[in-house]
Design a protein around this ligand. Structure first.
Ligand SMILES: *Cc1c(COP(=O)(O)O)cnc(C)c1O
Length: 401
């Protein structure tokens, strides 16, 4: 294969039909940002959207709730086209962790049987499921061991947070249904970068976050999805007043609301939801098929540069080679990954992240990352490792990696 030089990457940017989208984001310094899979960039429209909410609060005070009250469902409907959902199936609310607890708990109260999970999944998912298994007296079975005959819930990530491997949602959901289980998908690493077809795949339940590829900002609320056919039967284990049928009757007993709002718990974070809407708007304009095409081209470039330049320096690829089997980030593995990651951030102006024991994740979010950014990031990585810059750093870990 011909050597990929910087001019090749620049030519790819010139030909990029999504190049315009980068200007919809705030760029304040010269960092090469490769961590859109952890915290997306700030969309240029978001400060005004959030400031509008703050202004509204100042002027309208409590009367603002007449409009704010419907925002979790309205934002959910705006996310629906990005996730292949129908209107009335999504809410923007709470954290992923809390939403996972609500939906997994609802599934376990709906049917008997084991919980199937992936021991390699993101920690919060594993911890929540372990807690629910103990609370409901259910067996927790690793997916690698196959699906037990009596399964209540199969809960998996669509894209693995460390390896970037993309699961076959339709196939696994069908297998879950054969065992009488509901399938709950965590879309944290696919929402906004990988096309998701919740309806077409037959998914029953889903959760995801908005601060990664959906660019809604640190701590912005997550989303939850319940397939229309299940809504009236399932109940949230958190019986909060926002999920109550006649909320302001303030009655003695909890009765779940008729639609998807029964999965709300308490007062929703309005400014955060406005940031979710702002983040989703630019992506909806670009469309997921175009974002995915660019994302595949970006990760293909990383894989090709890995083979040409990183493998000779002792790196291995921690992500599937076939583009249809991976999400939007690429993990490269190295025994000294932690110090290399630190050196990239502190000495090369490249921002990836580290996931133990030995992975550096390069997350070139397709909405705002240029091909030349990928090329420069790998080029700086190569120089730094060849010069042994990382070997002069200590091995102590920071609280956030
Ligand atoms: C980022 C991420 C989370 C985060 O959960 P929060 O409750 O928002 O902190 C959960 N699951 C997966 C798979 C993630 O990638």
């Amino acid at each position: 294969m011909a050597v990929i030089d910087r001019e090749t990457a620049r030519a790819m940017d010139t030909a990029d039909p999504l190049a315009w989208l980068r200007e919809r984001f705030v760029h304040v310094h010269e960092w090469i940002y490769m961590d859109g899979n952890s915290l997306g960039r700030l969309p240029a429209r978001t400060p005004a959207a959030v400031a509008g909410t703050v202004d509204d609060w100042g002027r309208r005070l409590v009367t603002g709730w007449h409009d704010w009250i419907d925002l979790p469902a309205r934002a959910g409907d705006e996310l629906a086209p990005l996730l292949g959902a129908r209107p009335g199936e999504l809410l923007a609310c709470d954290s992923v962790t809390v939403n996972l607890y609500k939906l997994a708990g609802a599934a376990l109260s709906d049917r008997p049987g084991a919980i199937v999970f992936d021991p390699d999944d993101f920690p919060t998912d594993r911890y929540v499921l372990a807690g629910l298994a103990a609370q409901h007296g259910r067996e927790l079975v690793a997916i690698g061991d196959g699906l037990p005959a009596h399964t209540a819930l199969v809960c998996l990530s669509h894209v693995n947070y460390r390896s970037g491997e993309l699961a076959d949602m339709a196939r696994i959901t069908a297998a879950a249904h054969e065992r009488g289980a509901l399938a709950l998908w965590d879309l944290c690493h696919s929402a906004g970068a990988v096309p998701v077809d919740l309806e077409g795949a037959g998914a029953d339940l889903a959760v995801g976050c908005t601060y990664k590829y959906l660019n809604a900002g640190p701590g912005a609320p997550g989303f939850l999805y319940v397939r229309r056919e299940h809504i009236e039967r399932l109940r949230s284990p958190i019986q909060g007043w926002f999920g109550q049928a006649d909320q302001f009757a303030m009655g003695p007993e909890y009765r779940p609301a008729a639609g998807i709002t029964r999965f709300l718990a308490g007062t929703p974070p309005i400014a955060g939801i406005e940031a979710v809407r702002a983040g989703a708007a630019d992506l909806a304009e670009a469309g997921l098929p175009a974002l995915r095409r660019k994302s595949v081209a970006l990760t293909e470039l990383i894989v090709a540069l890995h083979d040409q330049r990183l493998a000779p320096l002792g790196f291995t690829l921690g992500t599937p080679r076939e583009p249809e089997r991976r999400g939007a980030h690429v993990s490269i593995r190295h025994p000294d990954a932690w110090r290399i990651c630190r050196a990239l951030i502190e000495h090369a102006g490249v921002i990836p992240d580290f996931r133990g024991p030995d992975s550096i994740r390069l997350g070139p979010a397709p909405a705002y990352t240029r091909f030349v950014d990928v090329w420069d990031a790998v080029d700086r990585l190569c120089s730094l490792v060849a010069d042994g810059v990382h070997e002069r750093l200590g091995d102590e870990r920071s609280r956030v990696t």
